[in-house]
Design a protein around this ligand. Structure first.
Ligand code: SP5
Ligand code: ZN
Length: 342
């Protein structure tokens, strides 16, 4: 299987993440890329290729133009405002002040466009997000052209990014951008299967009213787990999209037996819906030793996940999402990919 990778995905190196009331070194760090790459190379999975540059059009097919413009300028505006730390949102439109007007001030703009305070914006963030979506686009283009599977070593991740919001370490929704690409190339229905520990709120929001993208997610129950405000089982889509969002919230502590049962249900729905291409939002933070997650999958379980996905027999693009057990994420990612090829 081909891997697509760009060194530019490492141009974002945030120093701060607000976690537990402290500013910590971010879990989502550029070393993740090198560790995944190392295992891809060691395992002999296949060739590693650089992505082509695809510009902003495929981003604007998914994201709001004002949002993209905000991301492009945010760091410069923040520095121009004389700030010394990284750009972190700290005031938001909320249930009691919905925020009809997009503010001019950078603090207000940050709150408008952010969905959490876990994600600082720093120099290089926009460039890394651009490289990440180019990796996703080149990977899906390869699948579309060849029918062969591909892996996009995306970073930063994408599945929390909504039409006009960043957060959960995500800026551009790589999976949504790739799914749209497949539709634009003539596929009539695409499945996005999100196996990251966290609910893919951004992907769900983007496609909620549509029936051309089936979104399915296995994740920590939002009553207990980030992103907390989306991902319940009764969210099933709206209008023409009714039935095309499928959530499997699972209790913290869930192990592989129950997780794999949910996976098989998701697979059955993908087959039923007649999807022609599969985008896997491949987070490996369901791993037992992940520092911020609460499922108990082992490294061997990830091989079985890959095998089960392979049995769908669909053209498949894997796009990296989360996974923060830095030493093991490469092993777990490669286990899924090599299991798929068995
Ligand atoms: C792509 C992805 O996996 N994003 C996840 C974003 C989660 N951000 C909030 C993390 C909160 C971590 N708090 C855990 C404390 C354990 N020391
Ligand atoms: Zn995650």
């Amino acid at each position: 299987m081909l891997t697509f990778h760009s060194e530019r995905t490492k141009w974002r190196r945030a120093r701060t993440e607000l976690d537990g009331g402290q500013l910590v070194t971010p879990y989502e760090c550029p070393e993740r890329v090198d560790l995944v790459l190392k295992y891809v190379l060691e395992s002999g999975l296949g060739e590693v290729r650089a992505p082509a540059e695809h510009g902003l059009d495929p981003v604007l097919a998914i994201h709001d133009a004002g949002y993209v413009d905000f991301l492009e300028r945010c760091w410069a505006d923040w520095v121009a405002a004389g700030r010394r730390g990284e750009a972190i949102a700290w005031v938001w439109p909320t249930r009691t002040m919905p925020g009809r007007v997009i503010p001019d001030h950078i603090d207000g703009r940050l709150g408008h466009y952010a969905l959490g305070a876990d994600t600082s914006i720093c120099e290089g963030t926009f460039e890394a997000a651009m490289a990440s979506k180019d990796v996703a686009l080149s990977a899906v283009d390869h699948v579309l052209a060849s029918g062969e599977p591909a892996f996009g070593l995306c970073r930063p991740p994408g599945h929390h990014a909504a039409t006009d919001q960043f957060g959960g370490y995500c800026f551009f929704n790589n999976a949504a951008i790739a799914a749209q690409r497949a539709l634009d190339a003539g596929r009539s229905r695409v499945a996005v299967l999100d196996i990251d520990f966290h609910h893919g709120n951004g992907t769900q929001q983007i496609f909620y009213a549509r029936d051309d993208v089936l979104f399915l997610s296995l994740h920590g129950d939002p009553r207990h787990c980030f992103p907390h405000f989306l991902g319940h089982a009764d969210e099933t889509g709206e209008g023409p999209g009714e039935g095309f969002t499928v959530n499997h919230p699972l209790a913290p502590g869930t192990g592989y037996a129950a997780w794999a049962e949910a996976l098989e249900e998701a697979k059955a729905r993908i087959v039923d819906a007649g999807c022609e291409l599969l985008v896997v939002s491949l987070g490996v933070d369901a791993f037992e030793h992940d520092p911020i997650s609460a499922f108990t999958l082992s490294s061997d379980d990830f091989t079985d996940v890959g095998r089960r996905l392979g049995r769908l027999g669909l053209p498949t693009v894997f796009l990296l999402e989360g996974g923060y057990a830095v030493e093991e994420i490469g092993i777990n990612v490669v286990n899924v990919l090599s299991g798929f090829e068995q």
